[in-house]
Design a protein around this ligand. Structure first.
Ligand code: ADP
Ligand code: MG
Length: 331
């Protein structure tokens, strides 16, 4: 199976193992653990494009902005996303290169600053609704408003900034990603869903006040590259029906139709599992490829068909046998 291409989306939350210890040394631990699993995947013959989330990390940057607002200018959302692409990309790039060295593998890793185009005319911009950052004092709320942010009362709990979360239209640096993959690089791209940009007069790109769902951007990249596999690495080993209830049932496999059916039944939480399901359904339907949702330690087992939830148009996965373990406890 040489040279099969996988787009792997790493959850921003899965890079913070313990939310009570989110400091940089602990982030390095999580990144190094994840990098070992990705390197093992490359050793097994996969070419890899890596994307990653940035929810918690962007949250830290927003918090620093809030705490420093009385003394220091604040940063708009595109600058914050670009910053997290740099920091998370740097950590993954170094950790992966170290793993390749240890394994005597001749693979180069590159992080690509990626912009994702959104449509400023998208209705999502009319009513920005994704809360970001912490709760604000009335003074801070006023200052952010004066700087052009939308600030709302968040469900009676206090004032928070909100941004739009429009669907990604296209990844601006897609040709560069394609070239780098073709030249044999492991490419880290589309971090945090990509820096949101929109086109203004004279065909000029400008940063947009938005956050883009990284699962959607990853699906866009996977589809455009005709990847064989779209793997979403998150905090759960499998997708479940009746998640977190006594009736919980882990899923080994679903077709896109089954996934949509379960979605209509309300099994997938908005803002966490639902965007992943939508992303894998669109990739599998569009390309006929395979998608897997699993957690970092189970990536290799999932590639052998022994873990994870596999999504394919028919019931046999590309990556191997899919076990019937419905209803059994997995981890
Ligand atoms: P990421 O940072 O990887 O995007 P999220 O927290 O956004 O992670 O989404 C993954 C989370 O979705 C899981 O850790 C789990 O708590 C939650 N979740 C919601 N519904 C389900 C479901 N039906 N099956 C499994 N996990 C679910
Ligand atoms: Mg998420």
């Amino acid at each position: 199976m040489p040279d099969r291409l996988a787009v792997v989306a790493i959850g921003g939350n899965s890079l913070i193992e313990d939310p009570s210890q989110p400091d940089i040394p602990h982030q390095w631990d999580a990144v190094r653990t994840t990098a070992a699993h990705i390197a093992a995947m490359c050793a097994a013959g996969w070419r890899v494009v890596l994307t990653h989330g940035n929810g918690p990390q962007a949250g830290f940057a927003l918090r620093r902005n809030e705490l420093a607002a009385s003394e220091m200018f604040t940063e708009p959302m595109d600058i914050i996303v670009a910053g997290t692409q740099g920091t998370i990309g740097y950590m993954l790039q170094q950790a992966l290169a170290n793993e390749f060295n240890v394994r005597n593998m001749d693979r180069q890793v590159v992080t690509l600053l990626t912009q994702t185009q959104v449509d400023v005319g998208d209705p999502a911009f009319d009513t920005p609704s994704k809360p970001i950052g912490g709760y604000l004092t009335p003074e801070a709320a006023e200052q952010f408003r004066a700087e052009g942010w939308d600030v709302i009362e968040d469900a009676g709990r206090g004032m928070r900034r909100v941004v739009a979360s429009p669907p990604p239209q296209q990844v601006v640096e897609l040709p560069a990603i394609r070239s780098l993959v073709g030249a044999g690089f492991v490419v880290i791209a589309g971090g945090g869903g990509g820096v949101p940009v929109s086109i203004h007069k004279n065909r000029e790109y400008r940063g947009a006040p938005a956050v883009i769902d990284k699962d959607r951007t990853a699906a866009l990249i996977a589809g455009a590259l005709h990847a064989d596999l779209f793997l979403i690495s998150t905090a759960v080993e499998r997708v479940a029906l009746h998640y977190n209830t006594p009736q919980q049932q882990w899923l080994d496999h679903m077709t896109p139709q089954e996934a949509l059916h379960y979605q209509q039944e309300g099994h997938f939480a908005r803002g966490s599992m639902m965007p992943k399901i939508e992303a894998v359904v669109s990739f599998v339907t569009e390309t006929g490829g395979e998608a897997i949702i699993t957690n970092p330690p189970n990536i290799l087992r999932a590639l052998e068909g022994q873990a994870g939830t596999h999504i394919t148009v028919d019931s046999a996965g590309l990556t191997g046998k899919i076990e019937e373990t419905h209803g059994k406890e997995s981890q």
